[in-house]
Design a protein around this ligand. Structure first.
Ligand SMILES: Nc1ncnc2c1ncn2[C@@H]1O[C@H](COP(=O)(O)OP(=O)(O)O)[C@@H](O)[C@H]1O
Ligand SMILES: [Mg+2]
Length: 245
């Protein structure tokens, strides 16, 4: 399982939303940090092929994702940042609907709906309308739909947006537990969402990948004269040092 991006570029008019992005993703959790407009969502839209790239290549196990087409989509789970939630559907019917879109049918479909409801702790709420859900439950049902079809590549665009601290912790724990043998990309602008779960952290700024490394290595790479915000240096210092103005 390997997702290789090479020199990927996306422009909107004169501005590059993503500039010459090169990185190979292997199973594990990649936390993507950057301010609004850094290019995080663009990166995900390019991988899902919702947006056409202007240059570069995206290969999955050596084959271009555009050539793989449906074969790549079938291993992809995507939780977009801008979500249309089907207010009138129950959680269960929403997940069945999304599963059918992914080609699941019959017993396999029912089984997976049950599994993702259980994983996201929504079994008790499965007959309730999504429109009646709290913010945390909505995020969980959207995470559940991304998990339908047992994806190998899971793209989560700000999965903890709008959640209270208790819900953030819960979602974070889910993601950590799920991530075995999956390539997980998770964007956020909140450092604490990823510092304990990310195997690698990407720092993005104005469409560029500024740095990528393990949290520990990033912290170790802070300049010797850097003065930590609090106590010992943390990923927050990394953010401020490399992404601050
Ligand atoms: N559909 C679009 N049309 C024009 N500009 C866009 C569009 N989508 C994104 N951009 C621009 O691309 C840059 C990166 O945006 P985005 O990928 O959404 O960043 P992030 O998700 O990190 O906040 C921003 O400058 C944004 O304004
Ligand atoms: Mg975004």
């Amino acid at each position: 399982m390997k997702l290789e991006l090479e020199h990927v570029t996306k422009k909107y008019g004169d501005t590059a939303a993503l500039r010459d992005f090169t990185l190979t993703f292997e199973p594990g959790i990649y936390g993507i940090l950057g301010a609004n407009g850094a290019g995080k969502s663009t990166l995900m839209s390019l991988i899902t092929d919702n947006v056409k790239r202007d240059g570069g290549s995206i290969l999955y196990d050596g084959e271009d994702i555009l050539d793989l087409g449906d074969r790549f989509r079938s291993v992809l789970g995507y939780m977009p940042q801008q979500q249309g939630v089907y207010e009138q559907m129950t959680a269960e019917s929403f997940l069945s609907y999304m599963g059918r879109l992914k080609g699941l049918r019959g017993r396999e479909l029912r089984q997976q709906v049950g599994e993702v409801l259980e994983l996201t702790n929504l079994l008790d709420a499965r007959h309730k309308k999504v429109g009646s859900f709290s913010g945390g439950m909505r995020q969980r049902v959207l995470l559940a739909q991304a998990l339908m079809g047992e994806p190998e590549v899971l793209l989560l665009d700000e999965p903890t947006a709008g959640l209270d601290p208790r819900e953030r912790v819960r979602i974070r724990t889910f993601i950590k537990e799920l991530s075995e043998d999956m390539i997980v990309l998770l964007t956020t602008h909140i450092v604490t969402d990823i510092e304990s779960i990310a195997d690698k952290v990407l720092l993005m700024k104005k469409g560029e990948l500024v740095r990528v490394d393990t949290p520990q290595a990033l912290i170790a790479s802070l300049p010797a004269d850097w003065r930590p915000v609090m106590g010992t240096p943390s990923l927050e210092d990394v953010y401020l040092c490399f992404l601050g103005d």
